[in-house]
Write a protein that binds this ligand. Structure first.
Ligand SMILES: CSCCC(=O)C(=O)COP(=O)(O)O
Ligand SMILES: [Zn+2]
Length: 215
């Protein structure tokens, strides 16, 4: 029975990492950023040897429950749970290794897809002048300039995961990475932080797109 004086914590704050990650995945799907099985999401289970908790490949991200999550090792092989590991697991591992992130979130929103294709010629998206930038860890002014590097999409994720660490270790360190015509990767020290970065970047990418449409 639930004690009304002491309700259970929201899943995002649950000590059970499976419950927290599954809720985040469903919430992202509900926002329309991971439709049609798009997107993949991970949280670090242990740093050394590295292992990740992830949704299995090809599932409807709006239906993912805690028990559906798989664990993968530092080579991207499934070590527990049923289902296949995402081909993009290698990118998650590369991002965690390069940034020290505790969680990595990858979305296919309309806005990030359009802008990633549009900005492919520049190799980056530059965000500045927005108060919402302050939602990114360490940013204290709307005058900050945040650059999201962009990399060509590929079906060879082993090659991409070998190439992107050079972009992730730039100074200042980026908060996200776009794959052209594909989607956004973002991350954070914790799942809570990664989700905050995702919400801020998705908001800013939509704003940037709408600004481009103004006469
Ligand atoms: C229609 S989604 C195409 C694959 C993809 O880019 C993605 O993010 C989802 O792949 P997964 O295998 O992790 O479900
Ligand atoms: Zn994807």
């Amino acid at each position: 029975m639930i004690d009304p004086q002491c309700p259970p914590p929201h899943p995002l704050h649950s000590p059970d990492r499976r419950e927290a990650l599954a809720w985040v995945i469903r919430d992202i799907h509900q926002k329309g950023w991971a439709t049609g099985t798009g997107g993949n999401f991970s949280a670090v289970l242990q740093p050394d040897p590295l292992s990740l908790l992830m949704a299995p490949s090809g599932v409807d991200k709006g239906l993912v429950q805690a028990a559906d999550l798989i664990t993968v090792d530092d080579q991207g092989h499934v070590t527990a749970g049923s289902g296949k590991a995402s081909a993009e697991t290698l990118l998650h591992l590369a991002i965690v290794r390069a940034t020290g992130a505790g969680a990595v979130l990858h979305t296919h929103s309309v806005w990030n897809t359009v802008l990633s294709q549009w900005a492919a010629r520049d190799g980056q998206v530059v965000l500045t002048g927005y108060e919402m930038l302050k939602g990114l860890d360490g940013i204290t002014s709307h005058t900050a300039t945040v650059t999201i590097p962009l990399w060509p999409n590929s079906q060879d994720m082993a090659a991409v995961s070998a190439e992107i660490p050079a972009l992730l270790t730039l100074d200042p360190a980026p908060y996200g990475l776009l794959l052209a015509g594909h989607g956004l990767y973002t991350w954070g020290a914790t799942l809570f932080q990664a989700r905050r970065h995702l919400e801020i970047l998705e908001f800013l990418l939509e704003v940037q797109y709408r600004m481009l449409c103004l006469p």
